[in-house]
Design a binder for this molecule. Structure first.
Ligand code: GDP
Ligand code: MG
Length: 598
C-alpha cells in the first residue's frame, strides 16, 4: 500500500477495560482470523497471560480494512500491556505509531494508569481517539465518562466513539474514524533504509526475531543489512508481518511494521531500540534515538533449587532479557542459598511473571528472596554506594547516611473511599501534595517511600476501595531516612537471604510479626528450631518451632505401600520449593514472609 493508506496505532487502556477484546474484534472485522481461531483471545499468546488475564508483551498485527471510501487501508496495530509495572512496554509501542485509541470502560471511568499512558502518547505527538467501551452494560454512563476524560486528561471527548467490543456494536464506525482521524505515517520508500527495532525475542527454530518499524526505505529478503550498534552485517532472511499469524511477505516499506529474521543466533545481536540500515548506505543513515533504558525498581535474589541448574538459569535470563530491557541481573553468592542471581524488576508483578516464565518455559525450579528497593549509602569518606541486597549493607560504623527512594504517586478514587486511601497512605509514611475533584473522582498526589509502594500497595488500594482506586507512580529522588537492617537468625545463625531493610520505628513491631509468621511457615523438624529477629546484633523478637513428636514420624514409615508412595510424592512436591539452610529446611514462603506483615 502507499503511505497514505497505512495507519499505525496502539490501544491504551487500563486492565480489564477491554483492550484485548477490542483488538480481537478489529482482527475479526478485518478477517484476520476465523471466528473459531478467535475463540481464545489471540493477542494474549503467552500461557501466563491467558491465565492471569493480562497482557505482558506488546504484540503487533497487520490487517486490511476495506473502508467506506472504497480504499483498502493497512492497519498495523500494537497491543500494549496495561499494568503499572509495564509502562515501559507501552512507550516503546507508541514510538512506532501515529495514533492511539484510548479505551475507557464506560461503566468504570478513567483510571490513573490510562492517564499516564495517554500523556505519554500525547507527548510523543500521537493523535489520541477516546473510545467508550462496554456500552452494552446497563451501568454504562457515557456522559459522565466523557466529562471525566475531558477533566482528567484534557482530551475532547464530546463525540467519542461508543462501542461494545463484546457485541461488536459501534465497531465499524470506530474503524472509519480511525482511518479518518489518525494520520498516515511519513517516510520515503526510496530513501536509504532506516528501521527501528521495537522488540526482539528468541525463537528456538529461527533464532532472533525482531519486530521493526521502517521509518525510511524498503527492505527486501536477501539484502545485506547492518545493525548500527554492533556494526555487524547480516543477510535479511525471512521478512513479513503478523496477521496475527506470522506471514512472510519478503518486503517491508517505509511506514510499515513487521518482522525480520536475519539468522542472528547470538541473543545480544539485535537489541531493542537499535537501528537497522542497508550495508551499502550505512554511512549515510543516522542511528535513531532508541529508547530510554528503564531502571529496575525492585531487586530480589533468585536461586536454583538444584545447583546443577545454574548455567541453564544464566542462559534463560539472557534470553528473557533480550526482549525485556528492564530486566537486570548479576551473579550473587549467598551463604545460605549458594549461587544464584540478583535480579532487578520494574515491580513485584513483573517479578512474579519472570519467575513463572523461568519455571514454565525453561523448566527451572527457583527460590526467590523477598524483593527490596535500591537504597543509597553514603559512607564516612563521602562515597555513595547503591545497595540492592540487604545482606550487603556495609558496616553501619562506617556509614554516614542511609537514603531510601521516594516516589510520587497519583491515585484516582471515587469520593466514598478517599478516607480509606488517605489512612493507608499515612500508615505508609506518605506525604500529601495535592487533592482535587476531577469529574466524579478525586485525584490524590502523594510522596511515598518506594519500598511502601512496590510491595503490596496496589493490592491494598484495590481492596480498600472495592476495586475502584487506581494508581500510577514514578521514582522521584533519594532521601535520608532512619533505616536499619532486620536480620533473621535460625538456630543462632544469621541467614543472609532473610535480611531486610526497614524503617527503625517499625523494627520491633515487624520483627515480632516476622518471627511469628516464620514459625508458622517453617515445617517442624526432628529438633527445636529457634527463630530470632535482630537489629544491629541485638535480638528484638524470638519464637520456636517445636520438634516433631516421635510417634508422628513413626507413622510415616510403617503402613501400606500406596500410602508410603503418596507420602513420598507429597514430600517431593513440597521439596521443590525448599532449601536446606544449615540443618533446617526453609520453604519458599518463609523467604517472602517479610512482605506480608501488614
Ligand atoms: P484488557 O485487560 O483491557 O485486555 O481487557 P479484556 O479485553 O481482557 O476484557 C476484560 C473483561 O471485560 C473481559 O471479561 C471481557 O469479556 C469484558 N469485556 C470487554 N469488552 C466488553 C464489552 O464491550 N462489554 C462487556 N459487557 N464486557 C466486555
Ligand atoms: Mg488484555
Amino acid at each position: 500500500p502507499s503511505l497514505k493508506h497505512i495507519r499505525n496505532f496502539s490501544i491504551i487502556a487500563h486492565i480489564d477495560h477491554g483492550k484485548s477484546t477490542l483488538a480481537d474484534r478489529i482482527i475479526q472485522l478485518c478477517e484476520g482470523l476465523s471466528v473459531r481461531e478467535l475463540k481464545e483471545q489471540v493477542l494474549d499468546t503467552m500461557d501466563i497471560e491467558r491465565e492471569r488475564g493480562i497482557t505482558i508483551k506488546a504484540q503487533s498485527v497487520t490487517l486490511d480494512y476495506h473502508a467506506d471510501d472504497g480504499n483498502t487501508y493497512q492497519l498495523n496495530f500494537i497491543d500494549t500491556p496495561g499494568h503499572v509495572d509495564f509502562s515501559y512496554e507501552v512507550s516503546r509501542s507508541l514510538y512506532a505509531c501515529e495514533g492511539a485509541l484510548l479505551v475507557v470502560d464506560a461503566g468504570q471511568g478513567v483510571e490513573a494508569q490510562s492517564v499516564a499512558n495517554c500523556y505519554t502518547a500525547i507527548e510523543q505527538g500521537l493523535e489520541v481517539l477516546p473510545v467508550l467501551n462496554k456500552m452494552d452494560l446497563p451501568q454504562a454512563d457515557p456522559d459522565k465518562v466523557s466529562q471525566e476524560i475531558e477533566e482528567i486528561i484534557g482530551l475532547d471527548a464530546t463525540d467519542a466513539c461508543q462501542v461494545s467490543a463484546k457485541s461488536g456494536m459501534g465497531m465499524e464506525a470506530l474503524l472509519e474514524r480511525l482511518v479518518r482521524d489518525i494520520p498516515p505515517p511519513k517516510g520515503d520508500p526510496e530513501a536509504p533504509l532506516q528501521a527501528l527495532i521495537i522488540d526482539s525475542w528468541f525463537d528456538n527454530y529461527l533464532g532472533v526475531v525482531s519486530l521493526v518499524r521502517l521509518f525510511d526505505g524498503t527492505l527486501k529478503k536477501g539484502e545485506k543489512i547492518r545493525l548500527k550498534s554492533t556494526g555487524r552485517d547480516w543477510e535479511a532472511g525471512a521478512i513479513g508481518i503478523f496477521t496475527p499469524k506470522r506471514k512472510e511477505t519478503g518486503v517491508l516499506r517505509a511506514g510499515e511494521v513487521g518482522f525480520i529474521v536475519a539468522g542472528i543466533k547470538d541473543i545480544m545481536g539485535a537489541p531493542v531500540g537499535d537501528t537497522i540500515v542497508h550495508t551499502k548506505t550505512a554511512d549515510k543513515v543516522e542511528r535513531l534515538p532508541g529508547f530510554l533504558k528503564v531502571k529496575p525498581q525492585v531487586y530480589a535474589g533468585m536461586f536454583p533449587i538444584s545447583s546443577d541448574d545454574f548455567e541453564d538459569f544464566r542462559d534463560a535470563l539472557q534470553k528473557l532479557a533480550l526482549n525485556d530491557a528492564s530486566l537486570d541481573y548479576e551473579p550473587e553468592n549467598s551463604d545460605a542459598l549458594g549461587f544464584g542471581f540478583r535480579v532487578g524488576f520494574l515491580g513485584t508483578l513483573h517479578m512474579e511473571i519472570i519467575q513463572e516464565r523461568l519455571e514454565r518455559e525453561y523448566g527451572l525450579d527457583l527460590l526467590t528472596t523477598a524483593p527490596t528497593v535500591i537504597y543509597e549509602v553514603r559512607m564516612d569518606n563521602g562515597d555513595v554506594l547503591p545497595v540492592s541486597n540487604p545482606s550487603k549493607l556495609p558496616d553501619m560504623a562506617n556509614v554516614d547516611e542511609l537514603r531510601e527512594p521516594i516516589c510520587r504517586a497519583t491515585i484516582l478514587v471515587p469520593q466514598e473511599y478517599v478516607g480509606n486511601v488517605i489512612t493507608e497512605c499515612v500508615s505508609r509514611r506518605g506525604v500529601q501534595l495535592d487533592m482535587q475533584f476531577l469529574g466524579s473522582q478525586i485525584q490524590l498526589i502523594y510522596e511515598l517511600p518506594m519500598a511502601e509502594v512496590v510491595m503490596d500497595f496496589f493490592d491494598r488500594l484495590k481492596s480498600i476501595s472495592k476495586g475502584y482506586a487506581s494508581l500510577d507512580y514514578s521514582f522521584d529522588r533519594f532521601e535520608a531516612a532512619k533505616l536499619v537492617r532486620l536480620d533473621v537468625l535460625i538456630n543462632g545463625d544469621r541467614v543472609d537471604a532473610l535480611a531486610s531493610i526497614i524503617h527503625r520505628d517499625h523494627a520491633h513491631g515487624r520483627g515480632r510479626l516476622l518471627v511469628e509468621k516464620m514459625k508458622d511457615l517453617i515445617p517442624r523438624q526432628m529438633f527445636d528450631v529457634a527463630i530470632q529477629a535482630a537489629v544491629g546484633g541485638q535480638v528484638v523478637a524470638r519464637s520456636t518451632v517445636k520438634a516433631l513428636r516421635k510417634n508422628v514420624t513413626a507413622k510415616c514409615y510403617g503402613g501400606d505401600v500406596s500410602r508410603k508412595k503418596k507420602l513420598l510424592e507429597k514430600q517431593k512436591a513440597g521439596k521443590k520449593r525448599m532449601k536446606q539452610v544449615g540443618r533446617v529446611e526453609i520453604p519458599q514462603d518463609a523467604f517472602l514472609a517479610v512482605l506480608k506483615l501488614n
